[in-house]
Design a binder for this molecule. Structure first.
Ligand code: MG
Length: 283
């Protein structure tokens, strides 16, 4: 009886090991062509995979390859398939207006644009939904103010949702309003802030929300954000809007179109921006 149990246990363990090894080597759902007749094992297996581009053999040379693009020489430089929104030149300011569609009063300096107190937000003429966005910014090298009053600006996706820009280098404020926060909604995983006056970067992956016929949110927006190359928002689902209502309240979702402008905030502090590019993404 004991011998039988050991045999059964041994067979079970072998089965488990075989199962593990199969799971580890299978990366996609693969369909195995059914074999006919009992003597088929000698024939090599022919495997197919069903994909959005059709049904393909494993290792099929006719299967469409992904598009080839040229990455930038530096990680911050725009790749070949990006839409460059601001390259530091006055010429590229034509891609931007104030929120009423008029020329913005933001200053274009030597390789950067600067927010001007009272000028209001600056926004892209072109509108975007789900996208990958690269932005570089620098908060004032001459430190003034504290908390939300130090180097405050913001990057708004879809003209709605703010990734906070703030001088958070040795400057305490509420964590869901510090640099890299999804304002009022999500605290960054770490504080990856550079020093005042230092150029910093955001790389943002944004997927837009969708709304049903009654205006209720059907699928919430998601954000993945790298700050100076460091992951600070890891595929965060935005619970609601990011608009300030009062000291302890932010806006809820309100229905909007499939696309909206990318905006940079005038919050009264002279924050600089440069090298802004975007790649549109499928929802
Ligand atoms: Mg702000």
């Amino acid at each position: 009886m004991r011998k039988m149990l050991l045999v059964v246990l041994g067979v079970s363990l072998l089965g488990m090991v075989a199962g593990c090894s199969t799971q580890e080597t299978s990366e996609e759902v693969v369909k195995v062509e059914p074999t006919s007749g009992p003597a088929a094992p000698e024939k090599p297996l022919t495997q197919y995979v069903d994909t959005p581009t059709g049904r393909w053999l494993v290792h099929d040379t006719d299967r469409p390859a992904p598009p080839i693009i040229t990455p930038g020489a530096e990680c911050a430089a725009a790749p070949s398939d990006a839409i460059v929104l601001f390259d530091g030149t006055a010429d590229s300011m034509v891609n931007w207006t104030d929120t009423k569609g008029n020329p913005s009063k933001w200053i274009c300096g030597n390789g950067y644009m600067e927010s001007v107190k009272g000028a209001g937000y600056i926004q892209t003429k072109e509108q975007f939904g789900s996208c990958q966005l690269h932005v570089e910014f620098a908060t004032p090298s001459r430190v003034r103010g504290n908390g939300q009053g130090r180097g405050n600006s913001g990057v708004f996706l879809h003209g709605q949702y703010e990734v906070q820009v703030l001088d958070s280098y040795g400057n305490e404020t509420y964590p869901d309003g510090q640099c890299g926060a999804l304002y009022g909604r999500a605290v960054p995983l770490v504080n990856a802030s550079g020093k005042p006056g230092q150029w910093q970067s955001y790389d943002i992956v944004y997927h837009r929300p969708t709304f049903d016929a009654d205006g209720n949110v059907a699928r919430k927006a998601t954000f993945t954000v790298f700050h100076n190359g460091v992951l600070i928002q890891d595929h965060v689902e935005l619970v609601g809007g990011t608009g300030w209502i009062n000291a302890h309240a932010v806006t809820d979702y309100k229905p909007h179109g499939d696309k909206g402008p990318i905006q940079l905030q005038d919050h009264g502090n002279p924050v600089w921006y440069r090298n802004i590019w975007v790649r549109e993404l499928k929802d």
